[in-house]
Design a protein around this ligand. Structure first.
Ligand code: DOR
Ligand code: ZN
Length: 359
């Protein structure tokens, strides 16, 4: 497809976001409308402080999210539990029976934001993983080693070799999602690991390579974990999404931090993309002539893997540039492309611009 022959508008089954940080309190109220305007459901990350480690905490957090939704929104949060070395098999059973917890998230201790309570020794949680396999509760992996002797750009590939391959062999029935994949090693692994292994891919890892971290100076708003990688890895991610393989699906990893926590001597990891959560993927897919694969990636592959129905309503996108807000909310979240153009626009069914928190 040549760029001139590319469609100027798209109607998609409403997409879901299979990896999202919504935070809590005022920040939750700032960011939630952006996601709710685009996505039907989202897998909500549990790395609050303190983390969401029990069904009781997930139930309370879910109620706070529902209470913060804009009026008449049909958005459904899909909750997760934060895996610790103290997580019990009984809690896993409660999670499965709750109907509101859809997965358990593994953070290697020290790997990223609020991961201090994460897992130090993966083998210590093997009994819990066995229970998840038995009750068919998916495991979501932040797939990076924390070994300081491993180069930060190699941490995903080393995780796959050291931990994921043995894990995959030990629990063949466990549904595993390798979250926010960034490397050709991860793409190769998912492509060869069979039907119970999938991966989410962010828009920012499809659109940027690691040069974006140092574009004319240090760019804290392009810093996330796993960190952006070389161009050859971005190309591997683009090939994966263009292939139509159903085991790759949309997960924004939109991760808001207040401006002062990003623009700091030790800035937090996380890129906020929810203000253009589907539009940025449209840009990435259009850039490689793969727009015909966008609906499956955004709206069909995720529900199929999680065993849920697809959404039934639709959204509409038009190729019509708009300028992303310079900042959002009292926390001054600096969104991806702040003050710059985004090529695709979400429109409502009458063709006017959809309201988001930033407009
Ligand atoms: O960039 C990231 N931000 N990566 C993560 O793994 C966590 C997230 C956050 O919570 O800010
Ligand atoms: Zn995340």
């Amino acid at each position: 497809m040549t760029p001139t022959a590319a469609p100027q508008s798209l109607t998609l089954l409403r997409p879901d976001d299979w990896h999202l940080h919504l935070r809590d309190g005022a920040l939750l109220r700032t960011v939630l409308p952006d996601t709710a305007a685009r996505f039907g459901r989202a897998i909500v990350m549990p790395n609050l402080n303190p983390p969401v480690t029990s069904v009781a905490a997930a139930t309370a957090y879910r109620s706070r999210i529902l209470a913060a939704l804009p009026a008449r929104s049909g958005f459904m949060p899909l909750m997760t539990l934060y895996l610790t070395e103290s997580t019990t098999v009984a809690e896993i059973q409660r999670a499965k029976e709750s109907g509101i917890v859809h997965a358990v998230k593994y953070y290697p201790a020290g790997a990223t934001t609020n991961s201090e309570n994460g897992v130090r020794d993966l083998q210590a949680v093997y009994p819990v993983l066995a229970a998840m396999e038995r009750w068919d509760l998916p495991l979501l992996l932040h797939g990076e080693v924390t070994d300081p002797s491993v180069d930060i750009f190699d941490r995903e590939a080393v995780f796959i070799e050291r931990h994921l391959q043995p894990l995959r062999q030990t629990f063949p029935g466990l549904r595993i999602v390798l979250e926010h994949v960034t490397t050709s090693a991860a793409v190769d692994f998912v492509e060869s690991a069979g039907p119970r292994t999938a991966a989410t891919i962010t828009a920012h890892h499809l659109l940027l390579n690691r040069n974006a971290l140092f574009q004319g100076g240090l760019r804290p708003h392009h810093y996330c974990l796993p960190v952006l990688k070389r161009e050859q890895h971005r190309q591997a991610l683009l090939r994966a999404v263009a292939s139509g393989n159903p085991r790759f699906f949309l997960g924004t990893d939109s991760a808001p931090h207040p401006r002062d926590k990003k623009e700091s001597a030790c800035g937090c990891a996380g890129i906020y993309t929810a203000h253009a959560g589907i539009e940025l993927y449209a840009e990435a897919f259009a850039g490689i002539g793969a727009l015909e694969q966008l609906e499956a990636f955004a709206s069909r592959h995720g529900p199929a893997f999680y065993g849920l129905p697809c959404n039934t309503d639709t959204i509409r996108l038009e190729r019509q540039p708009w300028t992303a807000p310079a900042s959002l909310g009292a926390e001054e979240i600096i969104p991806f492309r702040a003050g710059e153009e985004i090529a695709w626009r979400l429109v409502d069914k009458t063709g006017t611009c959809e309201m988001t928190s930033g407009l």
